[in-house]
Design a protein around this ligand. Structure first.
Ligand code: C5P
Length: 217
């Protein structure tokens, strides 16, 4: 893996908005994340464009389906120059094995519990305590040998013994009211062991984008 540790989430509506924004980014100082909205609206064209510009790409589609479907989808993703991609750990051991089998040079990251969920959500969804549910998923990640996991910085302390790549969204250096519930500052996240942090709106919607990138690097 490279020494970069900031991943900028390119959560844009279309190719034009994305390409206008990425001229502000240096491929040597950050990885870029392509998520569902941009990938659904523009598809592989985005991956080819970013790759040609020299960016390492995190394709965040959070796959969660039967093993065969996930295997075939990862096989397609691995054809592109994609550094990392995501699956939901809740898809289970067989689905993860199917993803591992098809991954080629692409790293597979398992999504644990979304940073938009909290204790009240895990009680409602799984009738379970947040930390227990999280630990169950980490057990699955360790046993199934995914390359890394996506988790909030609040859970990094539970992962200090783990060699998994730790990718951490839900980063806010300023108080902001939005859909992220478990947030931390970039400094705290790096200090607590994040291998990468994922930052979207605090950079893409900043008044001074260059300053914001420095602040989160
Ligand atoms: O704008 P913001 O900084 O909240 O963007 C965070 C990015 O990280 C979004 O693209 C979101 O889809 C992604 N993400 C997340 N929580 C996860 C996994 C990915 O917020 N558990």
């Amino acid at each position: 893996m490279s020494s970069k540790r900031l991943i900028v989430a390119l959560d844009f509506k279309n190719f034009d908005e994305m390409s206008e924004f990425v001229v502000r980014l240096d491929p040597n100082s950050c990885v870029v994340k392509v998520g569902l909205q941009l990938f659904i609206s523009e598809g592989n064209k985005v991956l080819d464009f970013l790759s040609a510009k020299g960016f390492e790409i995190f394709l965040d589609l959070k796959l969660h389906d039967i093993p065969n479907t996930v295997n075939k989808a990862i096989e397609e993703i691995a054809q592109f120059n994609v550094l990392m991609t995501t699956i939901h750990l809740q898809g289970g051991m067989e689905m993860i094995a199917a993803a591992n089998q098809a991954k080629g040079n692409t790293k597979i990251l398992g999504v644990s519990l979304l940073t938009s969920l909290d204790e009240s959500d895990t009680q409602m969804l799984y009738n379970n305590n947040f930390n227990i549910q999280f630990n169950n998923l980490i057990n699955v990640a360790e046993k199934s040998e995914v390359d890394g996991i996506v988790c909030s910085s609040m859970e990094l302390a539970l992962l200090s013994d783990s060699n998994l790549i730790k990718v951490v969204p839900g980063i806010r250096n300023l108080k902001q009211i939005d859909d992220q519930k478990r947030v931390m500052t970039s400094k705290e996240a790096y200090k607590n062991g994040a291998s990468y942090i994922v930052v979207g709106r605090p950079i893409t919607q900043a008044n001074n984008i260059e300053e914001a990138i420095k602040e989160y690097s």
